[in-house]
Design a protein around this ligand. Structure first.
Ligand SMILES: [Zn+2]
Length: 181
């Protein structure tokens, strides 16, 4: 079931997922954040740490699922809602289905890699034994702006580094010329 209806609580928890994403940005990771809520309470949080921890398992959703499972003392996360700022990838969508999470709330979609309706819809395949209710577009603009400004800053940083490297190499050339003389 695709349900685009959401309430103020969904907005509230998505904002907390955005708060997690900002932690990722602070350590120069792509800003993606996730919280898992049970009974009105956050039981798992996560943010992207793939480069920092040097593991493909460092996605926000995987960290949040691990923590929520620890809290619930169960691999099944029945009755939970997962909030994530960006549409989950194939790995995380797979983990969400494996964990039997019944409801997933997404900020912005990821047309190139998302598996909650963009490239695939792993969350809602009738062939599997579990499907999640999916809510899209909660705080969408804030979530997508956060990503686009992160990438814009990254390009600017790279440009500055490149210019600096060019300037240094031309200095080195000049010094080389001087030494040769
Ligand atoms: Zn993922």
């Amino acid at each position: 079931m695709v349900n685009d209806e959401f309430d103020n609580m969904d907005i509230h928890f998505m904002k907390l997922a955005i708060g997690q994403a900002k932690k990722a940005a602070k350590i120069n990771e792509v800003p993606i954040g996730c919280v898992i809520v049970y009974d009105g309470k956050i039981i798992g949080r996560g943010y992207n740490r793939r480069n920092t921890d040097k593991t493909t398992l460092g996605h926000a959703e995987i960290t949040a699922i691990k923590k929520a499972s620890r809290y619930m003392q169960d691999w099944r996360l029945e009755g939970c809602t997962l909030y994530v700022t960006l549409e989950p990838c194939q790995m995380c969508a797979g983990a969400i289905i494996q964990a039997r999470i019944p409801r997933v709330v997404i900020g912005s979609m990821n047309s190139k890699a998302g598996c909650a309706g963009s490239v695939l819809n792993i969350l809602q395949m009738p062939q599997f034994n579990h499907q999640a209710e999916v809510v899209r577009g909660v705080c969408e603009e804030q979530c997508s702006t956060m990503l686009s400004s992160f990438f814009k800053e990254l390009r600017e940083k790279k440009k500055i580094l490149k210019e600096k490297a060019l300037a240094e190499s031309s200095d080195a050339d000049n010094n080389q010329g001087f030494i040769n003389r």
